[in-house]
Design a protein around this ligand. Structure first.
Ligand code: PHE
Length: 330
């Protein structure tokens, strides 16, 4: 019996174990041969002999089953190892991509406002005079048009100089209340360290019944937004002028490079200008046929945010498509 047990335990592959099985449990196997002996056992001892045989058979079967399980799982393990596909094989040949810093910054800005239930609106990049200027309280020959060096087409169309025309389009399409942002590219005839002919803005507009929206609402949301983007900076609102808002303000944060002490980036003022905003001018509501409403609007340049966050000195480098630059933002 011990001898048989060893045979099972020493089988080191499923093939060998199968041979052992036939040898022990097969029709002509060792156990069968033992059972054949039964007929020669004298009557009184038959029962005990048969019981003994059965016990042994059950015990051996159990040992066999255990061994089978062990060998089977070893075999599966081995198969998994040998047949596994090495998906990392071509890793050395491929390069991981990354988001462009402008896209990444844009996404961060959008995420902030979407979390506050702002809808994301869009409009065409080729605009007309009405949506880009006229309806925004910038009539023809208004001197403030010079603030925005415009690319014109021969037919009088133009490349939008800001995302503010999306305010107009949204108000013409929807009834108040409105709570929207409009991210997108805009175009101006400008090219230097901090200006490119194409750049990105995010516009914001909130409109509700007259008396519901105040400058305090605008201030609190923008301060929280700037803290989210730049950390614990000081924020100040400076009176300014935009034709489509009255009163208007430009918003500065304390310089994130010198912490307000004054450096080259902030022109030794300690402040960085990051936003324009204000209470929507009533002439704008009149142009879109809105009555008895009030609201605020703001607009910001995404590249400016990206440059400050990533300390990029030359804005133009963002649009040259040089992979060596982009790789630094992985
Ligand atoms: N449209 C303005 C610009 O491009 C920014 C702005 C938007 C200012 C909304 C006030 C309100 O400079």
């Amino acid at each position: 019996m011990e001898n048989l047990e060893d045979k099972i335990i020493q089988a080191d592959s499923l093939d060998i174990l199968e041979k052992v099985r036939v040898e022990l449990f097969g029709k002509k196997g060792l156990l069968a041969a033992e059972f054949v002996k039964l007929k020669d056992i004298p009557g009184p001892e038959k029962k005990a002999f048969a019981e003994g045989l059965n016990k042994n058979k059950v015990a051996l079967q159990k040992i066999f089953d255990n061994r089978y399980e062990v060998l089977k799982s070893e075999e599966i393990e081995k198969m998994l190892k040998e047949e596994a596909i090495d998906v990392s094989l071509y890793d050395a040949l491929t390069k991981k991509g990354s988001l462009h810093p402008v896209t990444e910054t844009m996404d961060k800005i959008i995420d902030y406002f979407v979390a506050l239930n702002f809808a994301v609106e869009s409009g065409p990049m080729v605009e007309d005079d009405f949506h880009n200027f006229e309806a925004l309280n910038l009539p023809r020959y208004h001197p403030a048009r010079d603030m925005q060096d415009t690319f014109y087409f021969n037919d009088g169309g133009l490349l939008r100089t800001h995302t503010s025309p999306v305010q107009i389009r949204t108000m013409l399409e929807c009834k108040p209340p409105i709570r929207m942002i409009a991210p997108g590219s805009v175009f101006r005839r400008d090219y230097d360290l901090t200006h490119t002919p194409m750049f990105h803005q995010v516009e914001g507009l909130v409109v509700d019944e007259k008396g519901k929206i105040s400058f305090a609402n605008l201030k609190s949301i923008l301060i929280d937004f700037l803290h989210t983007m730049f950390g614990e900076v000081d924020v100040r609102f400076r009176p300014s002028f935009f034709p489509f808002t009255e009163p208007s303000a430009e918003v500065d944060i304390s310089c994130i490079f010198c912490e307000g002490k004054g450096c080259r980036v902030c022109s030794h003022t300690g402040w960085l200008e990051v936003l324009g905003c204000g209470i929507v001018d009533s002439n704008v509501f009149e142009a879109v046929g809105y009555e008895d409403v009030g609201g605020y609007a703001f607009g910001l340049g995404v590249e400016r945010f990206a440059m400050l966050i990533h300390q990029i000195p030359d804005l133009r480098s963002l649009f040259e498509g040089d992979i060596r630059l982009l790789e630094q933002f992985r």
